[in-house]
Design a protein around this ligand. Sequence first.
Ligand code: NAD
Ligand code: WQD
Length: 343
Amino acid sequence: MANTKILVTGGTGYIGSHTVVELQQAGYDVVIVDNLSNSNIGVLDGIERISGIRPEFVQGDITDIRTLHDLFSNHGPIKGIINFAASKAVGESVQKPLLYYRNNLVGLMNLLELMPQYGVEGIVFSSSCTVYGEPDRNPIDESAPIKPATSPYGNTKQISEEIITDVIHAGAPIKSILLRYFNPVGAHPSAEIGELPIGVPQNLIPYLTQTAAGIRPALTVFGNDYDTPDGTCIRDFIDVVDLARAHVIAMRRMLDRHDTQPLEIFNLGTGRGLSVMQLIQSFERATGVKVPYTIGARREGDIEKIWADPKKANEVLGWSADTDIDQTMRNAWKWQMKVSHAD
Ligand code: NAD
Ligand code: WQD
């Protein structure tokens, strides 16, 4: 009997590539669609080196409905979708809101429209803790209020969640699981795949590892006068492989269980908050490499502190983020060394 086939949109991207490996190792067949706007084709080699299987790949844009018709017709039958494909740079979304609304929403709507036609049963959606804004208290669980978005990017995640909810409430014959990621970091322990930021990284870990590698002179810590123990912001940093594993469990639950609700929402985090300074210390401890840093001004729009209550995912999915942060930092560093030496 053929394996169940999953469509992974954005599957050559950072979280997508790690998830493809976990899906393959769990026995799923994978077809990736990616327009390579924020990733490159070489990622397929990395995936193949880990799993021994080259996923089917369609270079295309999910905002183009014809591409999707062709994909479902020629690469089916597809039983489930994981929709990673989206633009994700918060600052850029403020400058180019239409690009973000079009790319992140039209792609999703195309998928939702075609799923029933092609017999696709479920879709896992990449949402974000950004929907919670600045939490009233931490840790934060799924029942916490959604706060007004502070960027067009964040708004696309809120609107996407609403679109999926409305479509399911309208009786579409599909299921969905919305996964709210906290801060994904690290790389595959094999260093075959990892995060590949284009240009100057906006996120903490790639900036930190590039600084440690000597590519950038110093990391600027954005503010040390917050109301936190050491004054720097607090986040819930989750290992990307732990995050990837959750997608496999979510997919299995959607496709194999007939007793679950058609729409479910889970926080994916460790449940532990770490400050920016603690993360730098973890990196230095884990790798023995010093990170030159300076304290700078606060970054506009930053959340002071947020970390997950992952109890629902722990109990309902039977999943937890177990990788030790020092191990995650070692993986991030191993990946950075590999990328630096490839240049
Ligand atoms: P990424 O940019 O590495 O991956 C996204 C992939 O989608 C890229 O390979 C890109 O080329 C592709 N893509 C973009 N638009 C497309 C389109 N219209 N058609 C086809 N392919 C397209 O990002 P990531 O960090 O892996 O994030 C994956 C998802 O998770 C995104 O939806 C993102 O918003 C969400 N998310 C990410 C984070 C994070 O910190 N990385 C946190 C919360 C949520
Ligand atoms: C983490 C902490 C910075 C860079 C963003 C998006 C969010 C989500 C994940 C998708 C903050 C500090 C950073 C630097 C620093 N993405 N920092 N110096 O802001 O939590 O979340 O990515 O949904 O929507 O907003 O992540 O990695 O940018 O920052 O001091 O050079 O590191 O101020 O406190 P963030 P981040």
